[in-house]
Design a protein around this ligand. Structure first.
Ligand code: G4P
Length: 288
């Protein structure tokens, strides 16, 4: 799904989330484990107005586990509770209700001390498009509730979904937030992972960005996959990166008449394989 964000959309998205904050006890902020910076909304602290929050690093199955560990330490140092999940298979998802309970322990203990039966914890999931909000809602609910592809500005009657034996209630419509757009590299990182579709950025530019990054940090899995011999010596030299792209294109038979490599086709093939995890797990941002 591609969303073109304009100031009006952002204001509306923000207002929709802030209206829901009144109804809930805690927020689950979903981010992409491969891009914990670029997949976070730049104004999230301000938007959530101090609501207790769990940070969930989704798509952890695709991220470099060592880098994910560094992020977990980083978030802990910042005073946040964060943990990795894979919403597509459900790994880590069953721990979420207990983690929310820990987050709200003080509030729950107060209710118990007053002799009250603690009511269900009410939770809203927020995150940028394609981060896996609907997948997570469906996974937590154990059935298909949230349609993938919800768009900002489209409202429908909202419902509470009971999860964890009724201990927790989720709003069925997630809060959709815009990503960080300040620097162009953020856009490219989002595009490499598939969070921004290729109509917005040129596919060859996206692949160039990815090949350059992998040449630098994940040369081995990429060179193994495409049987590449020559690692660029200077990662800032575009000619060397294009040479790698051409080698990839030749390996995938992306040749035009005259024998030149079809870089557009090569780029699409490369990105498809990268996103499908064929070059192993990778992260594009690290905290240190
Ligand atoms: P959204 O509501 O936040 O917009 O995201 P959604 O759940 O629709 O998920 C976006 C894509 O990410 C889906 O792929 C979904 O299967 C995939 N996904 C979600 N969580 C995980 C995860 O933990 N691991 C992996 N590997 N994938 C995950 P899709 O249906 O194939 O759509 P598309 O991205 O090909 O369009």
């Amino acid at each position: 799904m591609t969303i073109q964000w304009f100031p009006g959309h952002m204001t509306k998205a923000r207002r929709q989330i802030q209206d829901k904050l009144k109804l809930i006890d805690a927020v689950i902020e979903l981010i992409d484990a491969r891009l914990p910076l670029s997949s976070r909304n730049p104004m999230i602290d301000d938007i959530l107005q101090g609501k207790p929050r769990l940070i969930i690093m989704n798509k952890a199955d695709l991220a470099d586990p060592e880098v994910t560990r560094q992020w977990l330490t980083h978030f802990k140092e910042q005073g946040h509770t964060a943990f990795p999940v894979d919403a597509s298979t459900g790994t880590g998802v069953k721990d979420i209700p207990d983690q929310v309970k820990l987050l709200l322990k003080e509030k729950i203990d107060k209710q118990i001390a007053k002799g009250m039966n603690p009511r269900a914890m009410r939770v809203l999931i927020v995150g940028i498009p394609n981060v896996g909000k609907s997948t997570l809602i469906n996974r937590l609910a154990g059935r298909s509730i949230a349609a993938t592809g919800d768009r900002p500005g489209v409202t429908k009657g909202q419902q509470w979904i009971k999860v964890a034996g009724g201990e927790m209630e989720l709003l069925d419509t997630p809060g959709i937030l815009w990503p960080k757009f300040e620097d162009q590299n953020v856009g490219y990182r989002l595009a490499v992972t598939g969070a921004i579709k290729e109509e917005i950025l040129n596919v060859e530019d996206i692949a160039f960005f990815a090949v350059k990054y992998l040449s630098k940090y994940y040369w081995e899995p990429m060179s193994e996959r495409f049987d590449l011999k020559q690692r660029p010596e200077d990662f800032e030299n575009p000619d060397e990166i294009v040479t790698v792209m051409e080698d990839i294109g030749r390996k995938r038979g992306c040749i035009m008449s005259g024998g030149r490599v079809d870089l557009e086709k090569a780029s699409s093939a490369f990105l498809r394989e990268l996103r499908a995890g064929k070059m192993g797990r990778f992260s594009m941002e690290s905290p240190y």
